[in-house]
Design a protein. Structure first.
Length: 306
């Protein structure tokens, strides 16, 4: 039987952050900043929620974790991780930044599935004080069951006030058709694809043309996975609106970010009420402190680049 990924699988920690449990894994939220790139200045305008699994207090590669999930449980895992990110986002995103959340379009086969996924998400957003208009739903590269199912899912998201992004755009015919079909608010360019195109004159020209074509359609562009300064210079030259990558800031666990920012958010602001109240003396899961991880560049409200 598939597990639901319900909010009962999320525990609130003594520091106000939340962790999730899926089988033998402890799930923690990490957030990577997304920067605007306008007029030669970088400013944090959004964060992407990323899952960081642990087993026996040791970090597990996200790819290995998701690879261990049965297809029947995929929906439950993704629902759990999105709700977890939303509950933790109040420590990071402030009152204005957007929050990017991943959605696998292949699991949303009908309206009932979509409504089920969004029910818990809207509750988490309400508890975190985040307006749905600040949430960007990233449709990942997995293919949907049908074009009609994808269109219906996008309609549901928009009806609930969410923004839409296409993730890992790589200029394949199917990718471009999907953009024309959905007309998202944002297109995130695939890291490997932009790296290849940036290495040659013709590739640069194609990349620039694609950026302009999307902007002419009223779609914002985002280059992700940038690791070199010269790539930022190319993005600026092409008038790309947003950039993301290790060259600017690495993903950082929310508990660590909370400690560094010395957040003044009160416990009352962070409460997440469920249908079954958790006793104050109930077992609390503590997110492990990762060892051997690279030191992330500082980010957050205090560290916006200008």
């Amino acid at each position: 039987m598939a597990r639901s990924g319900s909010i009962e699988q999320i525990s609130r920690q003594t520091d106000g952050t939340h962790v999730g449990v899926w089988g033998r894994y402890l799930l923690c939220s990490a957030f990577q900043p997304i920067f605007s790139l306008i007029g030669g200045k970088f400013e944090i305008v959004a964060y992407e929620g990323l899952i960081r699994p642990f087993q026996n207090e040791q970090p597990v590669a996200p790819g290995a974790f998701f690879g261990s999930i049965r297809p029947i449980d995929r929906f439950g895992v993704e629902t759990l991780t999105r709700n977890l990110h939303v509950l933790n986002a109040s420590h990071v995103v402030g009152k204005n930044a957007s929050l990017f959340l991943n959605f696998d379009p292949s699991v949303f086969v009908d309206r009932a599935v979509s409504d089920n996924a969004l029910r818990g998400l809207k509750l988490a957003l309400h508890q975190s004080g985040i307006d749905p208009a600040r949430v960007v739903c990233e449709l990942t590269e997995q293919k949907s069951g049908s074009d009609e199912a994808l269109r219906e899912f996008v309609r549901v998201l928009r009806d609930n006030g969410f923004q839409i992004a296409i993730d890992e755009y790589g200029a394949d015919d199917s990718d471009f058709r999907r953009v024309k079909e959905i007309h998202p608010d944002i297109v995130k360019f695939d890291r490997a694809w932009i790296e290849r195109l940036m290495d040659s004159g013709p590739g640069n020209a194609l990349l620039h043309t694609m950026v302009r074509s999307f902007q002419d359609m009223g779609i914002k562009t985002l280059f992700e996975g940038l690791e070199e300064t010269w790539q930022l210079e190319v993005a600026e030259r092409f008038n790309v609106e947003m950039v993301q990558g290790f060259v600017l800031a690495m993903p950082e666990l929310v508990s660590r970010q909370r400690d560094e920012d010395n957040s003044s958010t009160t416990d009352a602001d962070l409460s997440f009420e469920t249908a079954s109240e958790v006793d104050d003396n109930a077992h609390v899961l503590h997110p492990p402190k990762p060892s051997g991880r690279p030191q992330a560049k500082p980010f957050g409200r205090r560290h916006a680049m200008s």
